[in-house]
Design a protein around this ligand. Structure first.
Ligand code: HEC
Ligand code: HEC
Length: 271
């Protein structure tokens, strides 16, 4: 009861509102309060699980606690399947205190505003898998313009080239990242540097995440990873072909230019 009163008081204060906006922009993509885990753990009652001083220094520099071999931090890391919480921009010790106040207040509520948008759990259909494949190969371009996944990732069933190799093969990613809710949350807020920078300005829409997750579930059930050897060879042979063609083209263009330059020199010398 007291908790609810305190929560209401904090929520309506100017600092509470500013802190809530900060949490929404910087923490809510990875954490809910009472809505289950996303990339990071559900923060409901986190101040009861661990003391404030520890939480404060962890939030300010998560990697440092892990590097120092702190057992609780290592356990969190394992539960997060190796995803390290990034150092969040704009945090000061004061702000962390406000954020922890906010989490405490929101935890006391029956339903926090940060329960998170619930990810669709509608069963996957074959049409979802087909759409997922279209998104993966770029036949269907994601609404915000994310680049096609297959330019960097392979997955069975693409045919011919098998996909790119700048990123890992995604055949078994559904299992590796912990199943449907975890993978959906990951695609909503990827936790690795390359994917973060790719999707920051081109986030995938919920229906696109639904379709891609359907594809990944289907491939994890039926597919064997693309054989890197064979596919990679096809890919690099194609690369060589393109390079050779480019060289020939260049040669032609360059010759033309050279002649043009010479001609103008000759003309000039005639003056
Ligand atoms: C990119 C995802 C991501 C963002 C953004 C993020 N976190 Fe985390 N957070 C994690 C992960 C993952 C862990 C689990 C520890 C680990 O593996 O590093 C974690 C752990 C925590 C923990 C410890 C949880 C526990 O159960 O003890 C707290 C507290 C926390 N984060 C608070 C925050 C706050 C506050 C923000 C915003 C200022 C934030 N996080 C932003 C991913 C994130
Ligand atoms: C420009 C290359 C590139 C594109 C395009 C790309 N990715 Fe990635 N992806 C990477 C790299 C590199 C990694 C390895 C981790 C990192 O650095 O982010 C990765 C990692 C991942 C992972 C985590 C894999 C794991 O095992 O942990 C998933 C899931 C993923 N990408 C999904 C996608 C999806 C879905 C798309 C298309 C919407 C996509 N990627 C487009 C380069 C790319």
């Amino acid at each position: 009861m007291l908790g609810i009163v305190l929560a209401a008081a904090f929520a309506t204060s100017a600092r509470g509102q500013e802190t809530a906006a900060y949490f929404k922009a910087n923490c809510a993509s990875c954490h809910t309060i009472g809505g289950g885990r996303l990339a990071g753990p559900d923060l409901k009652d986190v101040t009861r699980r661990k003391d404030r001083e520890w939480l404060k220094s962890f939030i300010l520099n998560p990697q440092a606690k892990i590097t120092a071999g702190d057992p609780y931090a290592l356990q969190l890391l394992e539960e997060a399947r190796g995803v390290v919480m990034p150092q969040v921009a704009g945090l000061t010790p004061d702000r962390v205190d406000f954020v922890l106040d906010l989490i405490e207040a929101e935890s006391a509520l029956e339903e926090s505003q940060f329960k998170g948008q619930q990810i669709s759990m509608a069963p996957f259909t074959p049409a979802d898998v087909t759409r997922g494949m279209a998104l993966f190969t770029g036949r269907d371009i994601p609404s915000a313009g994310a680049p096609p996944c297959f330019s960097c990732h392979s997955i069975p069933g693409i045919g011919g080239l098998g996909g790119g190799f700048a990123g890992p093969d995604l055949t078994l990613v559904f299992e590796r990242l912990g199943g449907r809710p975890a993978l959906s949350a990951w695609l909503q807020a990827p936790a690795t540097p390359m994917m973060q920078s790719l999707l920051r300005n081109a986030p995938l829409a919920p229906d696109e995440i639904h379709a891609l997750t359907a594809l990944f579930e289907d491939r994890a059930k039926h597919g064997a990873p693309v054989q890197a050897g064979v596919a990679q060879l096809t890919f690099s042979l194609l690369g060589l072909g393109v390079a050779a063609l480019a060289l020939v083209l260049f040669d032609v263009i360059w010759k033309g230019r050279f002649r043009a330059v010479r001609r103008s020199l000759v003309e000039a010398s005639k003056l």
